[in-house]
Write a protein that binds this ligand. Sequence first.
Ligand code: SF4
Length: 331
Amino acid sequence: MHDFAYLRPRSTGEAVQLLAQNQPGARYFAGGTTLFDLMKLGVEAPATVIDITRIEGLRDVDTASRGELRIGALAAMSDVADNAVVQCEFPALSESLWKAASQQLRNMATVGGNLLQRTRCAYFRGGPEFACNKRVPGSGCSAVGGQNRGHAVLGGSEACVAVYPGDWAVALVAFDALVDTVSPRGERTLPVRELHRAPGATPHLETVLAADELIVRIRVPRGAIGRGSTYHKIRDRESYAFALASAAVALELRSNRVADARIALGGVATHPWRAAEAERSLVGQPFTRAAARRAAELAFEGAKPLGHNAFKVALGIETVTDALMLARERS
Ligand code: SF4
């Protein structure tokens, strides 16, 4: 690990000013579960680390508003997963957090930082001997012709096919959640759905956030759709593993007809992936297993498998179908 300056602001205003003053080469630190990992691997080498964990008022899960849940960006993953209102009104959100990482990591990692975790592509993390456009723009992509079993079948480009590794963002996208940010230029709000970029020709640019922008809050619109939801995650082992395929789905049924449907995919795409056409195929129709299967197939219609990951299409279709059947039981 290289030497770095360590700063500890007490307010969001102070934090964004410190980050702006120490650019380039400054990074925020919250739970540290991704940043320090990548610093040890030499992928990240910030000259200044700005510890935001002492900032007051960003750890609460505020359920007082009837219109939305307001979740502070510094809330621990385990605290949000365990929150009674989240569990009752949005089981998919709670499950997406509980099925991520390990208990120790969930106690440390924050829900704001979790949105920004970086890919697990082994070439990205493997060191300078591997070509990787995400780590060194223009150097090439070792995964396209290499080991790509865990890589994306949706949203990839010639420059990068790395999977977005998170679960929480996938579930948030299904519920049209928003993030509030602050920067030296003021505050803004954007949908979680627009937070992550597709890799295109610039895979090193992973989000639309400016370098000095800080996520302070996540907001989730409340409504009947959340209760009939689930987060289904298929992986090589049942704990402490990233998704090979996952689905955050929600259904609202009236007289066994689908009034509203949400389907978001993880583990198969370069960014949290909302399957809008699949959702539309369900709305207004009677819900059956055959309809669920058709929607799941639609969700993967544009998939482009690589050499080692064609199985993800079939696995993803089964995952979405099973998730929809479970969501129906809960709705
Ligand atoms: Fe790098 Fe992306 Fe290629 Fe992995 S898939 S080696 S992260 S460019």
